[in-house]
Design a protein around this ligand. Structure first.
Ligand code: VG1
Ligand code: CO
Length: 550
């Protein structure tokens, strides 16, 4: 088989963001764009040499437009770069958590995951690629920085000339000296889930009139949810909706929140309350996010993390308790309260799952979570949408209370951290940067200043020193903390592909149970006003409301 070394010129924009490199599909279709990035990854992990003997790579994606084409290129490049074997999901499919599961289970060198997660797909949508290390998690910044550096000096890439591998057929194929194994994308993952949760108890729950709806949003979790929720747990056919992954996600935005998962929201909030199912959930493009709903009830992801932590021992995989919890900085402190009560540590990391890996590898934490509908544990090294759904079902099967009642009782015991995130999408980048600079420019004068009942205690630009390897991450979000523990955080997204997305995170603690049922927007009303005042948000962006409110 002929291996070609192809001359190329570097691109200057291949810097991985919060979770891999994400660009418009059209950018990835530009000649050599994908090839350059993949070669930069291989050069970085093998220090500009070929793969050492026996190396296996895992490859799969969320099925979005360009997934199959990209996989063929990656397979041919892996063969040219000395990999002995590639495990690829049938049809090119592997959810992000399933890819992490496969990397760990088979002890592979690492994996390439093709996804732009919750971003829309299709020819005019987004595409993405991410390298995960042998532990199964996203490469840490040290590696992504090195990949970016390499991409700026790259002069050629290596690829074999070969026919395409039949991705739809399970089995083993050769590509030059390399083997390609097309594997069932669901089997290993489903087996892992069955080892963690009480499937018998959930089956009993579902057999007893409890009704659920899972919205796969035409994205990757469809086949996983059908196998696990319908086949193994016995939910009636049709409990999983939008369960076939489509290259354009049915023209939708596979982001499980109250705005984009409106089909599920309409089902769960059916005007006739008796018609609405007991439990609703949705996942995102690549299957690592989750949204949990009860009948006419939304569970904030920060609360979901805390509730899973407080009830963890109800699931067999966590019966021995938790080593610790980690949450990203903007995530509410609800989990911290649970950790305190359990007498376990709670770590605060920057946004992005890559910062949890070291803590899990070192055995310091069992559960991790982000306010952005991301929850997971040390069973893999990615957040895991379906895992969170199964955890909730396990809790519901054991406690036999409604979703709403579980949340209310949690607040009654721990107090409520009122929480909301306001996203302003597709802002002009310079206006967003100027707004951030304006906020930061006031850091000297804000402490001690009062806004109504809130008095500023501190301001900073969040930075994090990894307790395991000592690496430092700076510029991770502007925090304004108030004396009563409330806070406002301003942060620019690292996953968007259009202009800038500004995220404003708002949190205030409420101990008084009589006020726990207030709508979060109402409870946070004053803080929302302060955020606007400090940032001149309306004036600077011309927006009078957020694109998405969570
Ligand atoms: C967003 C979320 C972050 C999450 C990241 C990847 O990043 O805020 O919590 O880890 O997406 O999730 P950003 O930089 O846009 O705020 V996913 O499901 O895209 O892999
Ligand atoms: Co995702």
């Amino acid at each position: 088989m002929n291996t070609r070394t192809v001359a190329t010129t570097p691109f200057n924009d291949q810097k991985p963001g919060t979770s891999g490199l994400r660009k418009k599909v059209t950018a990835f279709q530009a000649p050599n764009y994908l090839e350059n990035f993949v070669q930069s990854v291989f050069d970085t992990i093998f220090d500009n040499a070929a793969a050492p003997p026996g190396c296996t790579l895992v490859v799969g994606g969320d099925g979005r437009y360009y997934n199959r084409e990209a996989i063929q290129v990656i397979l041919k490049m892996a063969a040219a770069n000395g990999f002995a074997k590639v495990l690829v999901g049938q049809g090119g499919i592997l959810s992000t958590p399933a890819a992490s599961c496969v990397i760990r289970k088979y002890g592979t060198f690492g994996g390439l995951i093709l996804s732009a997660s919750h971003n829309p797909g299709g020819p005019d949508g987004d595409f993405g690629i991410k390298y995960n290390i042998g532990a199964g998690g996203p490469a840490p910044e040290k590696i992504t920085d090195a990949i970016f550096a390499r991409s700026k000096t790259l002069t050629n890439y290596r690829i074999v000339d070969a026919p395409d591998v039949p991705l739809d057929q399970l089995g083993s194929f050769s590509l030059g000296a390399m083997r390609v194994e097309v594997i069932d994308p669901v089997a290993d993952y489903a087996e892992l889930m069955e080892s963690l949760f009480d499937f018998a108890a959930i089956r009993t729950l579902l057999g007893g009139g409890f009704r659920l709806c899972f919205d796969a949003m035409h994205a990757v979790t469809g086949p996983y949810a059908k196998e696990i929720i319908e086949r193994r747990l016995g939910a009636p056919a049709g409990a999983v909706i939008n369960g076939v992954p489509l290259p354009d996600f049915g023209n939708g935005h596979p982001d499980p929140n109250l705005t984009y998962a409106h089909e599920l929201v309409d089902i769960m909030y059916n005007a006739d309350k008796a018609v609405a199912p007991d439990f609703g959930a949705a996942s995102d493009g690549d299957g690592d996010r989750n949204m949990i709903l009860g009948r006419h009830f939304f569970v904030n992801p920060s609360d979901s993390l805390a509730i899973i932590a407080a009830n963890a021992t109800l699931a067999p995989g966590y019966a021995k308790g938790l080593a610790g919890i980690a949450r990203s900085m903007p995530t509410s402190e609800a989990a911290d309260r649970v950790a305190r009560k359990l007498g376990i540590p709670c770590y605060e990391t920057p946004t992005g799952w890559k910062f949890f890996g070291n803590l899990m590898d070192a055995g310091k934490v069992t559960l991790c979570g982000e306010e952005s509908f991301g929850t997971g544990s040390n069973h893999v090294r990615e957040k895991d949408g379906l895992w969170a759904v199964l955890f909730w079902l396990n809790i519901l099967a054991k406690r036999r209370l409604s979703v709403e009642e579980i949340v209310y009782r949690h607040w009654a015991e721990f107090g409520r951290n009122n929480y909301s995130r306001h996203d302003y999408e597709a802002l002009p980048s310079d206006a967003a940067a100027a707004l951030m600079a304006h906020v930061k420019g006031q850091f000297g004068e804000l402490p001690g200043r009062s806004f109504g009942r809130y008095r500023v205690k501190f301001c900073d630009d969040f930075s994090y020193t990894d307790p395991i390897d000592g690496s430092l991450a700076t510029g991770q979000g502007l925090r304004i903390g108030f004396e009563d523990g409330s806070r406002i955080v301003f942060r620019l997204s690292g996953t968007g592909t259009e202009g800038a997305t500004l995220r404003v995170y708002l949190e205030a603690f409420e101990a008084d149970a009589a006020r726990h049922r207030l709508d979060a927007q109402e409870a946070l009303g004053e803080l929302i006003g302060i955020a606007d005042q400090v940032s001149q948000l309306r004036q600077r962006t011309g927006r009078d409301k957020p694109t998405v409110i969570t």
